[in-house]
Ligand binder design. Structure first.
Ligand SMILES: Cc1cc2nc3c(=O)[nH]c(=O)nc-3n(C[C@H](O)[C@H](O)[C@H](O)COP(=O)(O)OP(=O)(O)OC[C@H]3O[C@@H](n4cnc5c(N)ncnc54)[C@H](O)[C@@H]3O)c2cc1C
Length: 442
């Protein structure tokens, strides 16, 4: 990203009046920690419980403790280790390991006095304001933040059965799934066929499938150069399309005679997958016998959100963008991928940004302080080779109708496609990864 784009990332608070500046600054955690330790002490120990310790939940827990150390914060996370989806495609490219994606919760609990419970939340009672955990405990809350990430709509294809993803990995939640997909790539024949099925919107990480195709191609170009990668996409256009297509043409060959081929199949969606024989069939009867099928299913909010009446027919959780409070259940906030906050994408950066805004709102509501207008940011880097990347960066705010909109002129997609510029973006991508982990979990 060039320096103009970096500068453009920020709306222009410096030229506006002091009130506007304070509103923007109020969504910065640094500002909040000073403001809150000095102004928010109103002798009230509320209990805030957070379900899900991903980018959204971990950031919310940490930010609340930074803002108001007197509040009691409990984080419920079912796994002892969290594997980041960001950088999981790098594993498929062969230049990162699955183990290096793992994060534990030690820093969050010891540094910020967050009570971390490793268990699954199986039920929420919004009337009693309590949560049932799988291992038998019940917790009461004053405010609840639900951030369980995504779940999958398997019923969209015929052939799904329990254990299906152990043969046909989605690798859209990182860890064992990433390992399995990598293993399949390593063991497939030299002239193998890989099919990537990509869902329609909305889903986690809009540019993720195309970064994946690029990095699988990067691996194959070196180790299995006769490979064919076919992308079957359930939409007509995709994020950073021109930049991706340019990169594919340059590095891997694109189209019928290249390594990567992309097809929009909106009118001819994937109908069935025979997992045992690795055969995928579409509605019109097109059949692909592949060596590796990476079926990325359509998605919805994590199961606990669905079970607790937080989702509507879209499968996502409707929230008031000002506070992230659910429109369907009082005193429950939803953040991260599970929340419907269009046009904000479902990304780790956006989840981190939403979590900070939500933490401020929750503390303000508990302490009976005025709410600040939130400001959200997102930057998505996508590696196209091991050392080149492209990016999209945008800033979002609330308009006067209370809806989220992009700040005009702030951010954009990569403009400079010279090799040196793309190499610089890859360096930014690696720094971004370290920084978001630091900011969310440490
Ligand atoms: C291949 C890939 C690449 C990506 N790359 C990027 C990138 O470069 N940049 C970027 O910004 N984003 C990227 N993303 C998107 C990013 O991973 C998600 O947007 C982000 O993880 C969302 O965070 P979250 O906290 O909402 O959900 P999650 O990260 O999924 O966290 C949810 C957590 O909740 C826990 N949980 C769920 N239900 C329960 C329950 N009932 N009880 C207890 N715990 C529960 C889960 O175990 C999990 O730890 C990528 C995604 C993919 C798939």
């Amino acid at each position: 990203m060039n320096s103009d784009r970096l500068l453009n990332l920020f709306p222009k608070p410096m030229t506006t009046n002091r009130r506007h500046f304070l509103k923007l600054a109020a969504s910065s955690p640094l500002f909040l920690s000073t403001a809150c330790t000095s102004n928010l002490n109103k002798n009230f120990t509320a209990h805030i419980v957070i379900i899900g310790g991903g980018f959204a939940g971990a950031t919310a827990a940490k930010t609340i403790k930074l803002l108001a150390p007197d509040l009691k914060v409990t984080l419920i996370e079912k796994n002892r280790h969290y594997f980041t989806c960001p950088a999981s495609n790098w594993v498929l490219g062969g230049f990162k390991t699955v183990d290096s994606l793992a994060i534990d919760y030690h820093q969050l609990s010891s540094r910020y006095s967050i009570h971390v419970i490793h268990d699954s939340a199986i039920d929420i009672d919004p009337v009693k304001q309590s949560i049932q955990l799988q291992q038998g405990r019940t917790l009461n809350y004053d405010r609840l933040i639900v951030s369980p990430g995504i779940d999958f709509n398997w019923q969209m294809i015929e052939g799904y059965h329990p254990g299906f993803e152990n043969i046909i990995p989605h690798a859209w939640q990182a860890g064992e799934q990433t390992r399995l997909l990598q293993q399949q790539l390593l063991t497939m024949p030299d002239n193998g066929l890989i099919i990537l099925s990509i869902p329609e919107n909305s889903y986690r990480c809009p540019p993720g499938p195309y970064e994946r195709a690029s990095l699988i191609a990067w691996y194959c170009k070196r180790h299995k150069p006769k490979t064919k990668i076919i992308l079957l996409d359930h939409k007509r256009a995709f994020s950073k399309q021109t930049l991706f297509e340019q990169a594919w043409r340059k590095h891997y060959g694109y189209g019928e005679n290249g390594m990567i081929e992309w097809h929009s199949i909106t009118d001819n969606p994937v109908k069935s997958i025979d997992a045992k024989n690795k055969v995928l069939e579409t509605d019109f009867g097109d059949r692909f016998k592949a060596d590796v099928i990476n079926y990325i299913p359509p998605q919805c909010a994590g199961l606990i959100a669905q079970k607790s009446g937080l989702t509507d027919e879209s499968g996502w959780c409707l929230v008031n963008p000002l506070t992230s409070e659910s429109k369907l259940q009082p005193n429950i906030h939803v953040i991260g991928d599970a929340a419907e906050m269009t046009p904000l994408p479902k990304s780790a950066f956006a989840a981190n940004s939403q979590a900070q805004a939500c933490a401020f709102a929750v503390v303000s509501l508990i302490k009976d302080l005025p709410l600040a207008d939130p400001l959200w940011m997102n930057t998505c880097y996508s590696l196209i080779t091991d050392d080149q990347a492209i990016s999209v960066a945008l800033v979002y705010t609330l308009n006067n109708k209370g809806a989220i909109e992009q700040v005009k002129g702030a951010g954009g997609v990569s403009q400079d496609t010279r090799t040196e510029a793309l190499q610089m973006e890859a360096k930014f991508a690696r720094h971004w990864y370290d920084a978001i982990i630091q900011q969310s979990f440490n």
